[in-house]
Ligand binder design. Structure first.
Ligand code: NAD
Ligand code: TYD
Length: 352
């Protein structure tokens, strides 16, 4: 059992769910959340756990080697769940340097700090690297799935940076015997997701009767997983997965963007008491994302067969919960969508 667990990026979307799960489930472990609080990091995501005795927040940058070395020493970290990253494909197209810096150099910095602190004693230690299915590239519309054996073929600066970081983690395992595990997950949805991503962005725009920018013809396919199911998978693999292994995590839940968007529209309209389909008129087809991957779909049978994990939530239930959460937490949304982010968003769409 790891005692002092470092979760990086814990103030972000997925990280906040992992922190919440671990703080509640493991009262005898110290959970250290290290986050730089970039535009995507928000301590409001963790209000309900911030005063728990086994929780510590540290503001810091994973690229800062000296700070990371001190952090490992100060808390005697024996387990790492590494989620801190730049995570949005559209931003990576505009600003690839930041992605290489944070995702590649930041991961390497953490690996080195962990290796130095653990100093060859790997027993009881673990570095769990959180990655994405986007490293595998794009699938055709033919029913095939990404498995753990699929060759890496990243297309966006985001997925290229994540692929590179995955390679560094595996290189540490293969070179030093470093105790690492990598997981590649499909698209997550649920509460606390930054509203630059499709689902929260569209829920918010429908509420405010703003245009819904559908890239290309809306035919791209993503495989959606409720974020708490991802957090449970991380818990399972962090504690019971095998060193040096990769586990794919997915929902077996593929949706064409335009079909998903129509489900969101129907759900928001119903919950706001609007006539069915009232917000369909907001759908606005815009120039496609450069290099837009056609289809992602994960085969997560290895995780089910080896460790017994499977998604717990049906998609209809997950979307209903998600829409209700965003509508009930408008203040959380307004705090984010005012100011700097609103300016970025306007520039994105007027500048494309
Ligand atoms: P997010 O953008 O919501 O959160 C990222 C967090 O990392 C933020 O809190 C941010 O402040 C922090 N951060 C960024 N740079 C940092 C730095 N230099 N030092 C310390 N903290 C820093 O991202 P997310 O959607 O929660 O994704 C978390 C992880 O999961 C990422 O590694 C991402 O690649 C991966 N992932 C995401 C998805 C998805 O659908 N969102 C799917 C699969 C994998
Ligand atoms: P996104 O949430 O950005 O996740 P990812 O690019 O990592 O899959 O986008 C999900 C899908 O929705 C993707 O195919 C791009 C598309 N999309 C739009 O059509 N319009 C939008 O405004 C956004 C943000 C995404």
């Amino acid at each position: 059992m790891k005692r002092n667990i470092l979760i990086t990026g814990g103030a972000g979307f997925i990280g906040s769910h992992v922190v919440r799960l671990f703080v509640g489930k493991y009262p005898d472990c110290r959970i250290v959340n290290l986050d730089r609080l970039t535009y995507a990091g928000n301590l409001a995501n963790l209000r309900d756990v911030e005063n728990r005795p086994n929780y510590t927040f540290v503001k810091g940058d994973i690229c800062d080697y000296d700070a990371m070395r001190s952090l490992f020493a100060e808390y005697d970290i024996d387990g790492v769940i590494h989620l801190a990253a730049e995570s949005h494909v559209d931003r990576s197209i505009r600003d690839p340097f930041t992605f290489a810096w944070t995702n590649v150099m930041g991961t390497l910095t953490l690996l080195q700090a962990a290796r130095e602190h653990w100093n060859g004693t790997w027993e009881g230690r673990r570095f769990h690297h959180i990655s994405t299915d986007e490293v595998y590239g794009a699938l055709p519309f033919d029913g095939t799935l990404f498995t753990e054996q699929t060759r890496y073929d990243p297309h966006s600066p985001y997925s290229a940076s994540k692929a590179s970081s995955d390679h560094f983690v595996r290189a540490f395992h293969d070179t030093y015997g470093f105790p690492a595990v990598v997981t590649n997950c499909s698209n997550n949805y649920g509460p606390y997701q930054f509203p630059e991503k499709l689902i929260p962005l569209f829920i918010n725009n429908i509420r405010h009767e703003k245009p819904l920018p559908v890239y290309g013809r809306g035919e791209n396919i993503r495989d959606w997983l409720y974020v708490e199911d991802h957090a449970r998978a991380i818990d399972t693999i962090f504690h019971r997965g095998r060193d040096g292994e990769t586990y794919n995590i997915g929902g077996f839940n593929e949706w064409r963007n335009i079909d998903l968007i129509r489900v969101i529209i129907r759900t928001v309209d119903r919950l706001l008491g609007r006539p069915e389909g009232a917000s369909e008129k907001l759908i606005t087809y815009v120039t496609d994302r450069a290099g837009h991957d056609l289809r992602y779909a994960i085969d997560s049978r290895k995780l089910k067969e080896e460790l017994g994990w499977e998604p717990s939530l049906q998609f209809e239930e997950g979307i209903e919960k998600t829409v209700r959460w965003y509508l009930a937490n408008q203040e959380w949304m307004d705090d984010i969508t005012s100011g700097e982010y609103e300016r970025y968003y306007q520039e994105m769409y007027t500048g494309r």
